[in-house]
Ligand binder design. Sequence first.
Ligand code: 13P
Length: 260
Amino acid sequence: MSRRLFIAGNWKMHKGPRDADALAVELKRALVDHPSVDLAVAPPAISIPAVVARLQHTGIAVAGQDLHDQVSGAFTGAISGEMLAQAGATHVLVGHSERRALFGDTDQIVAAKLQAAFRAGLLPILCVGETLSERDAGQAEAVVARQLSTALSSLSIDQVLTLTIAYEPVWAIGTGRTASPAQAQEMHASIRGWLASRYPREVPATVRIQYGGSVKGSNAAGLLSQPDIDGALVGGAALTADSFQAIVAAAAQVGASSGH
Ligand code: 13P
């Protein structure tokens, strides 16, 4: 079964509304040639309306970077999935390692946020991944399995089927130290195996698993041609149209020449 490649750009805390609009203008121009690849960008929440307006009818989806698990209430500074949806987002990142490490998102909070994303009608991209010390201790697969198991524990099969999983080893994020295609493929196969052992065959065959961590134009093709790598979640290289386009072009080429 072939899964369409899915490339998403996580802008993190970069690009306020004016700068985000300017990048969206360039992306619109740079990405029109790649209808075979699914695309999304995740601007800061405050820039979502500008980017949604600019990317209308382009097929490039807009995602939130995080959400609160409640619909509304006295949660100063927080944003709900319903608000992201009202602003025009269709997707949302959940459980990014920076949220886990810097903002205290536990596995349980990530699970609640995942439920909240579905409640709001958003398509979640669930991020998982081990730290360097966990990898060095031989715990990488166990850590990712634990993250998946808590996050997915109360989802229906239909919900799991619409999920995108992003494997982002923490040691590869923003460090320039990418996982090798073989290292990434090994973990992606393990994640797909984890899904296969718990759900009907349709689930591991359908769910897309993105790789994230220092992806750029020069290493994208090697990663994306692995059989279990179905896309990329891109940080730094998503901040200019040229560097993001180079990754999308690599994906389009891999997609055209493989089963993806
Ligand atoms: P970099 O591509 O900058 O390493 O960031 C990856 C990431 O965290 C995407 O969510």
